[in-house]
Design a binder for this molecule. Structure first.
Ligand code: PLP
Ligand code: MN
Length: 371
């Protein structure tokens, strides 16, 4: 995109320069269909987490397939996705803290009343309320109480603390408490499926019992939202859970594949080129730390005969054991990311193809939007 050699719709993948982020549309669409047909009959809403795709176009495709809105982690992700696509049915799943961010929230909410967010402290809730009070906006913003269901990242502690926060929020004129969020992020990658389900059900018990306690205290709780790719299928069966937030399922990565299996397939790869031959069974390719993240282990070559290693910011190695023809300078390979969300954050654009032909290009709208 943008330069003289830019690929065009209808071109083959060979028209792409590398490294490029490419999406197999058949596989991606199958992942979406699998998620929808598994979870929608369970009676939950699906609000996919857009921290994975960072794309308004993909948010719209997910809604066309049955999703109800989307989640974003950060306020700036919401701003970018709305600016790019107009898609504004968004839940911001991180706390909005600090006067600058609160002001930005108010300005976003002024134009987009469908924005909702979470609070886990009285001081955080009051700051949003006070900013709205001076804004001229009469309509209260929808908020969810963020509950700690075991991740110990954000969220008010269950029990008396949660009830006290709910009471506080209910007393704020410009906040409308509509529900509870409890994200069990520590369980998403638990390899033992039975253990993952058991622990997830324990977290869901905390979440749904808290929602019930809020109702008993007179609060109108409509939304109980939770879950990711590793747990959504369990969360969706729990009475009282109304909404799940999986994100990574659409593309997957090797870390998720190793943990939860191959029900969803790896639909996104990084296309790379062999730059240099470094021995009879070793080449150097043009992906390194700037194009494949390593926090969840190393990426894998789609052709499993080749083992990947990092050779710096811009370079990686592929080595192999087999005799006979291997990789040569100019060859192309596809690399499967180990952690999809931060890897996508390294690219400006997706090239989406079907059977080798580029059908669509999607900008990564909220790339780098970490505020
Ligand atoms: N919900 C919240 C609050 C998250 O932070 C995340 C991911 O970190 C998700 C949902 C989606 O999880 P996943 O990408 O593992 O499906
Ligand atoms: Mn992630």
């Amino acid at each position: 995109m943008g330069h003289a050699c830019a690929p065009r719709i209808g071109d083959g993948l060979s028209s792409l320069d590398t490294p490029s982020m490419i999406v197999d549309l058949d596989l991606m669409e199958a992942n979406i269909k699998k998620l929808m047909s598994k979870l929608l009959p369970m009676g939950v809403h699906i609000r996919p987490h857009l921290k994975t795709t960072k794309s308004g176009i993909l948010a719209q495709k997910l809604v066309a397939a049955g999703a109800k809105g989307g989640c974003v982690a950060k306020l700036s992700e919401a701003e970018a996705i709305i600016a790019a696509s107009g898609f504004d049915d968004l839940l911001i799943t991180c706390e909005i803290i600090g006067p600058v961010k609160v002001r930005r929230l108010v300005e976003l909410y002024r134009k987009h009343r469908s924005i909702r967010t979470v609070v886990d402290s009285e001081v955080g809730a009051s700051a949003i309320n006070d900013a709205l009070a001076g804004s001229g906006i009469e309509e209260p913003i929808k908020v969810l109480i963020d509950l700690d269901v075991g991740l110990h990242r954000t969220g008010v502690a269950p029990g008396e603390s949660a009830l006290a926060l709910a009471r506080h929020v209910a007393g704020l004129k410009y906040l409308k408490m509509i529900g509870v969020q409890g994200y069990e992020g520590h369980l998403q990658h638990v390899h033992d499926r039975a253990l993952r389900e058991r622990e997830c059900r324990a977290s869901m018990k905390i979440l749904t019992e808290t929602a019930e306690a809020f109702r008993q205290a007179g609060h109108d709780i409509q939304v109980v939202t939770t879950g990711g790719t590793g747990t959504a299928e369990f969360c969706a069966t729990v009475p009282g859970v109304t909404e799940v937030q999986p994100g990574s399922f659409i593309f997957m990565d090797t870390d998720y594949r190793n943990a939860v299996g191959t029900f969803y397939s790896n639909s996104l790869t990084i296309l790379a080129t062999v730059l240099s031959k470094q021995g009879p069974r070793a080449v150097t390719i043009d992906t390194g730390l700037k194009s494949l993240t390593t926090d969840s282990g190393l990426a894998e070559c789609k052709d499993a005969r080749y083992q990947y290693g990092v050779l710096g910011d811009e370079h990686g190695s592929l080595t192999w054991e087999h005799d006979g023809p291997g990789l040569e300078v100019g060859d192309r390979v596809e690399m499967i990311p180990s952690h999809i969300d931060p890897t996508i954050n390294l690219f400006d654009v997706y090239y989406a193809y079907r059977r080798g032909v580029i059908e669509e290009c999607w900008p990564v709208d909220s790339r780098g939007k970490v505020q």
